[in-house]
Design a protein around this ligand. Structure first.
Ligand code: TA6
Length: 298
């Protein structure tokens, strides 16, 4: 569907319209009385979320590619049907293919409290079957209001059980990495980067980011709070259907990442709702699974 057709079928005055956004990619622009947001159909990628009278909540890289075949850097990348490198074939795309394909619009609506909801869909195709041989239907439901609520659901439409790891890989916009602390992870065991064993255990009540971090906390389902003294706000990051929380900041290693400015690590922190390690989703034929995150500022 082209932009004109998308608008004819799915635009809602004073809520949502579709434009050709950065790189010419089809993008939903959402503005309502509570917040504004942008969602790129390429990757079902939330690019922006800004509650009324607030600064942007999501970080977006000034150096991001907006180009088919390359992931967008910032916002909320959707990692599916695997998180991280492919377990057996390093030629397959990191974090799966969902963030590298254009999703279709299924529905737009206005919720009773004035939020705008957008539902996007993706299903198996010859291209996905080349990378992952299963039949599936995935949906992203994105609600923009006083909170940003994002849910990834997927169902098995084939005859064989499949196993998925996934993530809603949220990047948050912060005043300065030195001004923030993350609460909610005390006592939780974590893998450090790509270590084979979970050897870390957080003892500190508040996690400060003072170096490169790639912590993968396991058996963790509850909310995290990003306290930002510089922006004088707290970001609540809640989730359902996820038992792994990843905290990532590349620190000065950002210099080696083409689409992050050298100093970009200072104003971003990833706190991600993940399923990985022992907490993957096993989905039998006809069954489905959902992971969601809810982001709110106070
Ligand atoms: O979630 C953390 C992580 O898996 C890191 O290991 C880091 O590679 C990051 O995601 C970004 O991955 P990307 O493929 O988007 O460069």
């Amino acid at each position: 569907m082209n932009i004109k057709e998308l608008n004819q079928k799915y635009a809602i005055p004073r809520h949502i319209e579709f434009i050709r956004g950065k790189g010419g990619l089809p993008t939903a622009i959402i503005i309502n009385g509570l917040a504004s947001s942008e969602v790129c159909l390429y990757g079902a990628h939330v690019l922006k979320y800004q509650p009324k009278d607030q600064k942007d909540v999501l970080w977006m890289s000034d150096k991001s590619f907006f180009e088919e075949g390359k992931p967008i850097r910032g916002g909320i990348p959707v990692c599916f049907p695997w998180f991280g490198p492919h377990a057996k074939d390093s030629n397959k795309p990191q974090h799966g293919f969902a963030r590298l394909l254009t999703w279709t619009v299924l529905e737009t609506s206005v919720l009773p409290e004035g939020s705008t909801q957008l539902r996007l869909g993706l299903e198996d195709s010859p291209a996905t079957k080349d990378l992952w041989p299963f039949s599936f239907k995935a949906e992203m439901t994105i609600s923009v209001g006083e909170s940003l609520d994002v849910m990834l659901s997927y169902s098995n439409t084939g005859n064989e059980t499949f196993v998925v790891s996934d993530a809603l890989h949220s990047y948050f916009n912060i005043s300065d990495v030195e001004n923030i602390g993350i609460e909610g992870l005390t006592g939780i065991t974590y893998y450090n980067g790509f270590e084979k064993e979970a050897t870390g255990k957080q003892t500190e009540p508040v996690l400060l980011i003072q170096q490169e971090e790639n912590r993968r906390y396991v058996n963790h389902s509850s909310e995290c709070l990003i306290e930002d003294a510089g922006f004088m706000r707290n970001i609540h990051v809640a989730k359902t259907g996820s038992k792994v929380t990843v905290v990532w900041n590349p620190w000065e290693n950002a210099k080696n990442i083409a689409d992050i400015p050298d100093e970009g690590y200072k104003t971003m922190i990833c706190v991600e709702a993940v399923n990985a390690y022992d907490n993957v989703a096993t989905v039998a034929p006809g069954k489905s699974f959902s992971v969601s995150t809810s982001i709110r500022v106070e």
